[in-house]
Design a protein around this ligand. Structure first.
Ligand code: PLP
Length: 367
């Protein structure tokens, strides 16, 4: 029996060397790799500024604080997606307003975003789930017309593109995660990108206790410690050197799944529009409960018995009482029936075939 984890980081060449170099240098908090990563990530994204953070969640919090979102404000957020943006909206005292998602792409439906905007709305967060990218052209136009900020959560879509332009570079601020399973995998870590100097200066200050860039221990305002370590940044710098290999590996995994699962009865892969060029973080499939012998969680359990680890779709805020969200039918259907298949960039063709064969075998015999 094969043993296939849902996600496993791959090291591409220079990670060990750079990490040992960081240790030898004794710079284990802030340090040269942090500065190099910020410079290189900004350059590759064609933006003026990048500020690294301790993770993707603090990147979102930093973006919200930098844009001055606070109690009494509303922020529109998709009903389907990882919960971090919702939690960070609440952490700054604002109110998340949920917009249901598109049934095919599982990303924000621009028409429903408009319905969620009120006089209190200050921003929207476009979450690019599983490597897909929202309709950024439309969302940016909506944000401009309504006079609200556009924040992108590209944690799952690092280096994905929409109309040739990288995810995270369409809005006022783009937020990224470099957590262990992500396209750039540093264990934990994240960053924000922006091109507005004033916003950059403010976010930089907030990341480091609100401390003045000119005078140590002089604080111009409240802040936090959202800093990344030099050791984590060393891993990131190593991986930025091997982007081509990383993209090729992730594309191959996704293409192999497509080969085995496209047009299979009872399964629908997440849909990427023609103007999206994704770097897929997690291959996600919507299962038809009438076609499978058991529900999604039963399918996950049966696959686990074959050594295949999977993840469910994200539960929606509307399903979790704490968040007090109204019902979001499309997101709830996705949450109930999506299964995320093993998606490590190091997966081999026989491993993917093994996953697909076992998944297909869980359908009713008479289709
Ligand atoms: C869409 C999304 N936003 C934010 C985050 C938070 O990132 P981190 O785990 O680095 O805090 C994640 C995490 O996986 C995510 O998937």
């Amino acid at each position: 029996m094969m043993k296939i984890p849902w996600a496993e980081p791959v090291f591409w060449g220079d990670e060990k060397k750079f990490l040992i170099d960081a240790l030898r240098s004794t710079w284990i908090s802030d340090g040269p790799y942090v500065h190099k990563l910020e410079k290189e990530f900004a350059r590759r994204h064609g933006v003026k500024f990048c500020i690294t953070t301790s993770n993707g969640t603090t990147a979102l919090q930093l973006a919200l604080l930098g844009l001055g979102i606070h109690a009494g404000d509303e922020v529109v957020v998709p009903a389907f997606g990882f919960i971090a943006p919702v939690n960070m909206i609440m952490a700054v005292g604002a109110k998340p307003v949920y917009a249901d998602v598109d049934a095919e792409t599982w990303c924000l439906d621009p028409a429903l975003v408009v319905r969620g905007i009120s006089a209190r709305t200050r921003a929207m967060i476009a979450v690019h789930s599983y490597g897909n990218v929202c309709d950024m052209d439309l969302l940016r136009r909506i944000a401009r017309r309504q006079g609200i900020f556009l924040i992108e959560d590209a944690a799952e879509a690092v280096f994905s593109r929409y109309q040739g332009k990288l995810a995270g570079t369409w809005g006022d601020v783009g937020c990224f995660s470099f957590q262990a399973t992500k396209t750039i995998a540093m264990g934990e870590g994240g960053c924000v990108v922006a091109s507005d100097k004033k916003l950059y200066d403010k976010m930089r200050m907030i990341r480091d206790h609100g401390m003045s860039a000119q005078r140590r221990y002089w604080h111009d305002g409240p802040g936090h410690n959202f800093r990344l370590t030099n050791m984590q940044a060393a891993l990131g710098c190593a991986q930025l050197k091997h982007l081509r290999k990383i993209f090729a590996a992730r594309n191959k995994v996704y293409a192999t799944y497509r080969r085995y699962l496209t047009d299979e009865k009872g399964m629908k892969l997440q849909f990427f529009k023609a103007d999206v060029d994704p770097v897929v973080w997690s291959v996600a499939v919507l299962l038809d409960p009438d076609i499978f012998i058991t529900d999604r969680d039963g399918v996950m359990g049966a696959l686990m018995k074959k050594g295949i680890e999977t993840r469910p779709g994200f539960y929606t805020a509307s399903q979790m009482p704490f968040y007090q969200s109204p019902s979001m039918p499309v997101a709830e259907r996705i949450a109930a029936h999506v299964i995320c298949l093993p998606s490590s960039p190091g997966l081999t063709h026989p491993e993917i075939r093994y996953v697909c064969d076992h998944l297909k075998n869980l359908r009713r015999k008479k289709l």
